[in-house]
Design a protein around this ligand. Structure first.
Ligand SMILES: [Zn+2]
Length: 696
């Protein structure tokens, strides 16, 4: 569940996979496999640990038995409810892909493309037989770079639409810079070109600058890995080259903004004209860079991290041409290493999978092939998925829940004593213009310009990256589609799209344990209802306050509203700063504050909506649990998760979402949780009424 902010996931997913470095992402994604926790029609009693007091450790009360009996499969970094659903979605996609393969569809159709892309990834013998051949023309082109002007052009050619600051939230690209095409901060009716910092293979700047032993050891292992990849590709003096490449990445990392800084949209709205880059970020030959990127006619950009741009551009001038050539060569080898011969793929897994994440086994090839199909032909397979696995009755029931939760927020906004009446009016305007997509997009992507060959996985991915880049850059300056989706129906996630004032809940998350058409309301509101409430609350939280009802960047809060909001959120920052998953690593309350607020708000609003849906009737019991108990248990059980140490440490350092355990325990901020489980003073999660954080 990776990303800013807005989405609920435990691991990064969505369009960020559609990147030049897709293969890295695939390895970092936990693998598929085991079915747990069990699917149910309500609370799963056998997953609970009744020996734990709910007031001491609600996460283990909900999930303790499951935690004890569940082993993390060797091929993944964690296991949990989200990942169980991903398994289910992947199995279904696999069946759809196999169906496509059997149908012998006509060339050029989506069905044929699905079959051919899957086949090309599975064709291990063909990949071995080709060896380095697919990579060679690219390495040759890099070798031919004779001066800094040609270098600038080559760097421009690596630009891809592979970052996303606010929707699926991915700030990482291994290319020098990344492009995000999205509604313009300053003209929300049209698409703009956002440029973002890049250049690092490791997940974040912290991996280069952190001074813990673990980080130092990781850096040593990384440098050996870079050398190993260069050696496999036939480079002379791989160790010496690797040292220089890693030093260059380190210099880039020094000037990168941190994740918490990246998430501040007020620092990001920096419109630069193309002609201003040379003065604002001297060093790189920007005219050549933009020519290489095919953006020589694009007049306007928004530069997310101006300081990093100046610094990275300066390094292009100050560092030797030879180091930059090696940097480019290594980066292309790494990006495509997963579809080169096995020796490359194994070396990549040894570092990114084992050393970095602690995963001991690679996911089965078919499962990685399904990921490839989901990334590159996501809407083609998604169209089949939605038709087969998401009945209209489910769509109707979730839409009804959304309406009830929105109504709960409307009442909560009205009842706020601290918010200015004009601010309340705009918050409600945002609610009434909010577009909530349930299940699947209204407009499927057109893949007709994407050429796929059954025996050319390298080319399929290369062309896939270009296809996405061409499609995205073609949208620059065009009118915005507010009903656009950024996730496929088979994605287990949910997302808030602030520039469109829209939310999406893909079909694949509308499944047990999040949603069950046959379960009582108590369960569904505690599970998917809290997720819906979480996403709706992002509409008018600290970041939502930066975007008005039309998606324009306009702070619609008064200074007094903001001051009150910040004072009350500070209490939540302090609450989370105290959580320590490891003796040497605490959560970062500031980095996770937006998500932590959304969790509290989501549970609170969904709880209100649940009671409104009851209409004064008593809720039916399940397994002896009252309606309110079922509501909170359902919430806690959707958060069941067991990560490896490396995975959990990476999440704490790089993810705006708190780990599942602490997201579960945040029920301590909700008054109704206390009587539901007779939680009393002295129990570990107990907060005095005045210490509980109420924001909405
Ligand atoms: Zn969120």
């Amino acid at each position: 569940m990776r990303i800013s902010r807005k989405d609920v996931r435990l691991v990064r997913s969505g369009t960020w996979l559609a990147t030049f470095a897709f293969a890295l992402a695939m390895i970092l994604q936990p693998a598929q496999g085991q079915q747990t926790p069990e699917q149910s029609r309500g609370v799963v009693v056998e997953n609970m640990d009744p020996a734990v007091k709910p007031g001491d450790d609600f996460f283990r009360y909900c999930n303790g038995a499951w935690l004890k009996r569940t082993e993390i499969p060797a091929d993944r970094g964690s296991v949990g409810a989200f990942l169980t659903l991903r398994d289910k979605s992947d199995q279904r996609v696999k069946e759809l892909v196999e169906g496509a393969a059997k149908s012998n569809a006509a060339p050029g159709t989506n069905t044929r493309k699905i079959a051919d892309l899957f086949h090309s990834y599975m064709d291990e013998a063909g990949i071995e037989a080709k060896g380095m051949a697919p990579l060679e023309p690219h390495l040759k082109a890099i070798e031919g770079i004779q001066n800094k002007k040609a270098l600038a052009f080559a760097l421009g050619k690596t630009l891809r639409a592979d970052v996303d600051a606010l929707n699926n939230t991915n700030f990482h690209t291994a290319n020098l810079f990344g492009l995000w095409v999205a509604p313009d901060f300053n003209d929300s009716e049209h698409y703009a070109a956002y440029l973002m910092q890049g250049g690092l293979q490791l997940p974040d700047r912290e991996y280069y600058t952190g001074q813990s032993d673990r980080m130092k050891n990781l850096r040593t292992a990384y440098q050996s890995h870079v050398a190993a990849m260069l050696k496999l590709a036939g480079f002379s003096e791989p160790a010496a080259r690797a040292a220089k490449i890693v030093a260059l990445e380190h210099a880039i990392a020094e000037k990168h903004l941190t994740l918490a800084e990246n998430e501040d949209v007020h620092k990001a709205n920096n419109p630069w004209k193309r002609t201003e880059f040379a003065a604002k970020a001297p060093g790189l030959d920007w005219a050549e860079y933009f020519r290489g990127a095919g953006l020589e006619k694009q007049e306007n950009f928004i530069v997310w991290q101006p300081g990093a741009f100046a610094s990275e551009s300066g390094l292009v001038a100050s560092e030797p041409l030879e180091t930059w050539r090696d940097f480019l060569a290594y980066h292309v080898i790494e990006a495509y290493g997963g579809v080169l011969p096995k020796a490359f793929a194994d070396e990549r897994f040894a570092f990114f999978g084992k050393t970095l994440q602690g995963t001991t086994e690679q996911r089965p090839r078919w499962s990685r092939a399904v990921t490839v199909v989901n990334v590159w032909l996501g809407d083609a397979v998604g169209q089949l998925y939605a038709k087969q696995f998401f009945p209209p009755e489910s769509k109707a029931r979730v839409e009804k829940m959304v309406a009830n939760i929105e109504e709960a927020f409307r009442k909560r906004i009205d009842a706020l004593t601290w918010m200015d009446p004009a601010t309340k009016a705009e918050a409600k305007a945002k609610l009434s213009t909010l577009y909530v997509g349930i299940g699947y997009t209204e407009h499927w992507l057109d893949y007709s310009a994407y050429e796929i060959k059954p025996d050319d996985i390298f080319g399929n991915l290369w062309r896939g990256n270009l296809f996405v880049y061409t499609r995205e850059t073609a949208r620059l300056g065009k009118p915005v589609d507010r009903h656009e989706w950024t996730m496929t129906p088979q994605t287990v996630n949910a997302v808030n799209l602030p520039l469109q004032n829209a939310l999406s809940f893909p079909a694949a998350i509308l499944e047990p344990p999040f949603f069950d058409a046959n379960a009582p309301d108590a369960f569904n509101y505690g599970a998917i209802g809290a997720v819906i409430g979480h996403e709706v609350s992002h509409t008018f939280d600290a970041e939502g306050s930066a975007f008005d009802s039309k998606g324009r960047v306009r702070n619609w809060w008064t200074p007094a509203d903001l001051a009150h909001f910040e004072a009350s959120t500070q209490k939540l920052v302090e609450q989370y700063d105290k959580y320590k998953p490891f003796p040497d690593l605490a959560l970062n309350g500031k980095q996770t504050i937006d998500e932590n607020i959304a969790d509290v708000a989501g549970i609170a609003a969904s709880y209100d909506a649940y009671h409104a849906a009851l209409g004064g009737n008593k809720a039916p019991e399940q397994a002896g649990f009252s309606g309110d108990q079922q509501f909170f248990l359902a919430y806690g059980q959707t958060r069941a998760s067991k990560p490896r140490e490396g995975t959990l440490r990476q999440q704490v350092m790089t993810d705006p979402h708190s780990p599942s355990e602490y997201r579960t325990d945040t029920v301590r901020n909700i008054d109704a949780w206390y009587p539901a489980f007779q939680v009393t003073e002295g129990e570990k999660l107990y907060l005095k009424p005045g210490e509980r954080v109420r924001i909405w």
